[in-house]
Design a protein around this ligand. Structure first.
Ligand SMILES: Nc1ncnc2c1ncn2[C@@H]1O[C@H](COP(=O)(O)OP(=O)(O)O)[C@@H](O)[C@H]1O
Ligand SMILES: [Mg+2]
Length: 248
C-alpha cells in the first residue's frame, strides 16, 4: 500500500507563499492501476512530486506500506521501490541514454533489456545518444518512460506519458504500461486520455489542489466535462466584465 496522508504543500515563489495542495488523502493498493486526472494546474504533478520526494510536503505524511518515508529523499525512495517518469523530463548534458538506463537498473529487481525497443526506439540508434537538446521532446519522453520501465519499481508514476508522443507510439505505450504491470505493482498514470482512463481500476479526480472525487470512468467523466465547462463560463464572464466598457 502506498499512502499519502493528509498532504498539504505550500511553495515560496518570489517571497510569496503559494498554497498548492491541501488535504490530499490517497491510498494506492498493490496490484491496482490508477489514473490521476483533472484540469491543468490542479496539482496532479505536485502530488507526484510529493510522492517521489521532489517536493517536501508542508504537512502530512507519505507511507510505503507501514514505513513513514516522508523524510526520505528521491534516491532513497527509488531504492525502496518508488519511481516517477516526469511530465517534462530533465535533460542531462554529457549523459548517454545507456548510462541513464544503467542507473535506473541499479534499483531494478529484474531488468528487461528490451525497454527501449518496447517503447519504439531501436537500442542501436539510441543507447549512445546524449540526453541533451539533440533529442526531440517525444524521444526524451519515450526514454524517460523506458527508464521507469528499466527501474521496474513497486510503485510507478507516469506523468502524462502521452504528451508529445505520436498516435502509433501511444497505442504501443498503453500496451507496454498494461503488460508491465504486475500483481505486486502499483501503477499510477497521470493522464487526460480516455483510453488510459478506461484501462485503470480507479480514477482519482484532482481539482483545486485536492482530491475531489474517486471512481470509475462513468462517474468521473461527466464531472471532468462539467468542470471544463464551468471554467470556460467563468473565464467568459471575467472577459465580459473586463471588456464591459470597451466600444463594441
Ligand atoms: N515550483 C513551482 N513554483 C511555482 N508554482 C508551482 C510550482 N510547482 C507547481 N506550481 C503551481 O502549482 C499548481 C499545480 O501545478 P501542477 O501540480 O504542475 O499541476 P498539474 O500537473 O495538475 O497541471 C499550478 O498553479 C502551478 O503553477
Ligand atoms: Mg502536470
Amino acid at each position: 500500500m502506498f499512502t499519502l496522508d493528509n498532504i498539504s504543500l505550500k511553495l515560496e515563489v518570489d517571497e510569496k507563499v503559494i498554497p498548492i495542495l491541501h488535504d490530499v488523502n490517497l491510498q494506492f493498493e498493490a496490484g491496482k492501476m490508477y489514473a490521476l486526472t483533472g484540469p491543468n494546474g490542479s496539482g496532479k504533478s505536485s502530488v507526484a512530486r510529493v510522492a517521489m520526494g521532489i517536493y517536501q510536503p508542508t504537512g502530512g505524511k507519505v507511507f510505503l506500506d507501514d514505513e513513514d518515508i516522508t523524510n526520505l529523499g528521491i534516491s532513497e525512495r527509488a531504492r525502496k521501490g518508488v519511481g516517477y517518469a516526469f511530465q517534462q523530463p530533465p535533460r542531462f548534458k554529457g549523459m548517454q541514454v545507456k548510462d541513464m538506463l544503467g542507473y535506473a537498473m541499479k534499483y531494478s529487481d529484474g531488468f528487461n533489456c528490451q525497454v527501449l525497443r518496447q517503447i519504439g526506439l531501436c537500442p542501436d540508434d539510441y543507447s549512445e545518444r546524449t540526453l541533451d537538446s539533440s533529442l526531440s521532446g517525444g524521444e526524451m519522453k519515450r526514454i524517460e518512460i523506458a527508464t521507469l520501465l528499466a527501474q521496474n519499481p513497486r510503485v510507478r508514476i507516469f506523468d502524462e506519458p502521452e504528451a508529445g508522443i505520436d498516435l502509433w507510439s501511444f497505442e504501443q505505450l498503453i500496451d507496454v504500461i498494461g503488460e508491465s504491470h504486475r500483481e505486486d505493482t502499483t501503477t499510477i498514470v497521470i493522464s487526460h486520455q480516455e483510453k488510459i482512463l478506461n484501462m485503470v481500476d480507479e480514477i482519482v479526480l484532482i481539482e483545486g489542489g485536492t482530491v475531489s472525487m474517486r471512481g470509475d470512468r462513468e462517474t468521473i467523466w461527466p464531472r471532468i466535462k462539467e468542470s471544463a465547462e464551468c471554467a470556460c463560463k467563468k473565464n467568459c464572464r471575467l472577459e465580459e466584465n473586463l471588456y464591459a466598457d470597451c466600444p463594441r
